[in-house]
Design a protein around this ligand. Structure first.
Ligand code: UD1
Ligand code: CA
Length: 462
């Protein structure tokens, strides 16, 4: 097998996106466009991967700094796709083998298609192989002009005659090139077109004139090579990607009641027999176990959820971990290091931050639990607040196994409630409560006999 070198073009300004951010940063199902492309690139195990950057070069380079094996070359100014490829000459000019070119704005291409492109290119011993597709609406794409069976040239929409605009076979912008003689030929491309740019597709006509073999491979699923130039196209591609993800999950045994309203990011995994109701978003690196039920209006981000967990309607769960058989919501907010152990339960209007709620423990109504470590089988009454912030520092609260916190209590941190202790309703706990004791702070209740009648007489009303 010959060496394979990958070049990804991502320097363009993307005027049509109307965005302050480079186009390739825009996300599809949670993952920036460029990362979809680089994942596909990596699947063919290239000898080198060169990313051509320009617009927002600094931001792109730092966003991709965690990915190993990438070489960045800067194209400034951006004079077209052929000019962009020439920027890779200093790094690839002395290499041999095959160059595969991908576009940063064509994110749905599959590894299988890239592999197939390589195979066709190698088998034909071609100088260039163009990946094409036949589409219903070719608007905006370069058209493949053939003479007989053979590809003759590629013409861009703006430069095409009205007859050429009828052609439904389009250029995907993805090619395999023999490195031998490539850069010399690219230098022969002139900016003779409506945009005054150096068009890489012009290489086809140049090679044909020079008698070098040019092949094509037509993809069967044209969705794969959809390019994203506008927000509308971003939305369309996102919809297709989401549908694929939902199809995969359903094939693996997940019930998705209404796929069009179910938004699941690419890296999410969900176990068998889990049921996802309409209008749910599951994002980032979330994992959900088997036989869970996720009700409508829930958003889960970067969280780990065990087996047989029920998440009731309208919960927001971010950076949280939930054990098996736990129950959450409706209307709960678990965030930033919230952890529910097995069989724990959290009910409506309960917020947890950097807090562990131990196995079998419950907080069913109206509570804020922050920076707290709560043991097993603890009951947190309605309206309990951990007062974790003193205006300067965040302080911890510890509630040991089996403790009972009465409703409407404030726990002023740092504070520890000992094992099995009770806190009476409405208590403001400022000092540690020893194991097994009862803390009360509210004053003694006083009942005033006949007060209501006396008030009526005084004011003439109730
Ligand atoms: C290009 C092709 C067209 C093809 C279509 C497929 C050309 C001239 N046209 O058109 O035949 O049907 O893709 O999607 O190639 N880029 C650079 N530097 C530049 C210009 C572009 O890096 O100077 C990058 C862009 O960031 C983008 C890619 O190249 O990732 C394609 O550029 P774009 O301007 O979107 O080309 P299209 O008009 O879509
Ligand atoms: Ca494009």
């Amino acid at each position: 097998m010959r060496d394979v070198h990958l070049v990804v073009l991502a320097a363009g300004k993307s005027t049509r996106m109307k965005s302050a951010r480079a186009k390739v940063f825009h996300r599809i199902a949670g993952t920036p466009m460029i990362e979809w492309v680089l994942a596909t690139a990596a699947s063919v195990r290239p000898t080198t991967t060169t990313v051509v950057i320009g617009h927002q070069a600094v931001e792109l380079k730092s966003a991709l700094s965690s990915q190993s094996g990438l070489t960045f070359v800067v194209q400034e100014p951006q004079l077209g796709t052929a000019h962009a490829l020439l920027m890779a000459e200093p790094t690839l000019g002395n290499q041999t083998g095959t160059l595969i070119m991908l576009y940063g704005d064509v994110p749905m291409l599959t590894p299988q298609t890239v592999t197939r492109l390589l195979e066709v290119h190698t088998a034909a011993d071609a100088a260039a192989t163009v990946l094409t597709a036949v589409v219903d609406d070719p608007h905006g794409y370069g058209r493949i002009v053939r003479s007989g069976e053979q590809i003759a040239r590629i013409v861009e929409e703006r430069d095409a005659s009205s007859a050429e605009r009828q052609i439904r076979e389009i250029n995907s912008g993805i090619y395999a090139f023999a490195l031998d003689g490539l850069f010399d030929a690219v230098r022969a491309i002139a900016p003779q077109n409506a945009q005054g740019e150096y068009y890489l597709p012009d290489l086809v006509a140049i090679y044909r004139r020079r008698g070098r073999p040019v092949e094509t491979l037509t993809v069967s699923d044209a969705d794969e090579i959809r390019g994203i130039n506008s927000r509308a196209e971003l939305a369309e591609v996102s919809r297709i990607v989401r549908r694929r993800k939902n199809d995969e999950l359903m094939a693996a045994g997940v019930t998705i009641e209404d796929p069009p309203t179910t938004y699941v990011d690419n890296d999410v995994s969900i176990g068998e027999d889990t049921i996802v109701h309409p209008g749910v978003s599951i994002e980032g690196r979330t994992t959900i176990g088997v036989a869970c039920e996720i009700h409508s209006g829930v958003r889960i981000v970067d969280s780990r959820i065990g087996d047989r967990v029920v998440v009731n309607n309208h919960c927001v769960i971010t950076d949280a971990a939930i054990g098996n058989d736990a129950h959450v919501g409706p209307f709960a907010h678990l965030r930033n290091g919230a952890e529910l152990r097995d069989h724990a339960r959290v009910g409506n209007f309960v917020e947890l931050k950097k807090t562990v709620l131990g196995a079998g423990s419950k907080s069913m109504h109206l509570a804020y639990l922050g920076d707290a470590t709560i043991g097993a089988n603890v009951n947190i009454g309605a309206g309990t607040i951990t007062c974790n912030y003193d205006g300067v520092n965040k302080n911890p609260t510890i509630i040991e196994d089996g403790a009972f916190i009465g409703s409407d209590s404030q726990l002023i941190a740092p504070v520890t409630i000992g094992k099995g202790a009770y806190v009476g309703s409405g208590t403001t706990v400022r000092e540690d409560v020893p194991p097994g004791s009862l803390a009360v702070s509210a004053g003694k209740q006083r009942n005033i006999d006949g007060w209501v009648d006396k008030k009526k007489k005084r004011t003439g009303s109730a």
